[in-house]
Design a protein around this ligand. Structure first.
Ligand code: ADP
Ligand code: ADP
Length: 226
């Protein structure tokens, strides 16, 4: 089954704002997929629906074949979300943030400690495992957000504009971590309004504008048209 299959997805807020007007798309297992579009296009709404933060008005969403509307908790176990805003406790240490997060999802402590080591190394944060998170740089904080989402071992990792408003050096550090996660077999979908970011990271791309997919396909084929 596809990692994500969306069919005719619609979302109307407050019975008037049509944020999604019948979106269909498919993401293959193992893919690194970008949803590219300007502000207001509907990217956050789409991501919100797939991560169960927003209710769709109509349409179908399947995560690795599991119907999100009918079997929400089973589908959600496969999805990890990296929200845009940094929201961990600055007065906790990275290792504790990761282990406690996994604990919340029922991962035994021994197992959580093992996963935390893998994720902190992948996020280039192993040396910072036991410092106060408040003292981490901006890039480190963002990589810690990614590491935390990986603690439940999602098959599909979703990031909502992960690099919005950060400088190129911080972006490159995040890209490195994301590439390693994808190389480990996790399917990744990110939203972005930087073509350069999509181009550097992703194999497939969908372009969304005003609630509709205007084009989708392999990165190279779409770039050739621009
Ligand atoms: P993007 O992430 O691409 O910037 P959004 O999904 O945030 O786009 O927004 C798509 C449209 O839906 C915009 O017109 C936005 O104002 C509207 N919208 C988003 N969230 C809400 C909401 N909670 N209530 C009403 N309108 C919303
Ligand atoms: P729903 O329950 O339909 O998914 P939300 O809970 O996301 O809607 O939104 C609740 C309210 O927040 C909306 O009715 C809207 O007035 C307001 N809101 C939140 N984000 C936005 C936005 N980006 N644009 C306009 N309104 C918003």
């Amino acid at each position: 089954a596809p990692a994500l299959a969306i069919r005719d997805l619609r979302k109307t807020y407050d019975n008037r704002v049509e944020a999604l007007k019948g979106v269909s798309l498919e993401v293959r297992p193992g893919d690194f997929f970008a949803l590219l579009g300007p502000n207001g296009a509907g990217k956050s709404t789409l991501i919100g629906i797939v991560s169960s933060l927003v209710n769709a008005t109509s349409g179908e969403v399947r995560v690795f074949g599991i119907d999100l509307m009918r079997e929400r908790s089973a589908a959600m176990r496969l999805v990890g979300l990296v929200p845009q805003e940094i929201n961990f406790n600055m007065f906790e240490k990275p290792l504790d943030i990761l282990v406690n997060y996994a604990g919340f999802y029922g991962v035994p402590r021994r197992e959580a400690l093992q996963r935390a080591e893998v994720e902190l190394k992948r996020a280039q944060l192993w040396e910072k495992a036991n410092v106060m998170s408040r003292t981490l740089s901006g890039g480190m904080k963002r990589r810690l957000m990614i590491a935390r989402a990986m603690m439940t071992q999602p098959k599909l990792l979703i990031l909502d504009e992960p690099t919005a408003g950060v400088d190129i050096e911080i972006r490159r550090g995040m890209w490195k971590t994301l590439r390693e996660i994808n190389a480990g077999g996790t399917t990744i979908i990110l939203t972005t309004h930087y073509l350069e970011e999509a181009e550097s990271l992703c194999r497939h791309l969908a372009i969304i504008d005003r609630g509709q997919i205007v084009d989708q396909g392999p990165m190279k084929a779409l770039l050739a048209k621009l």
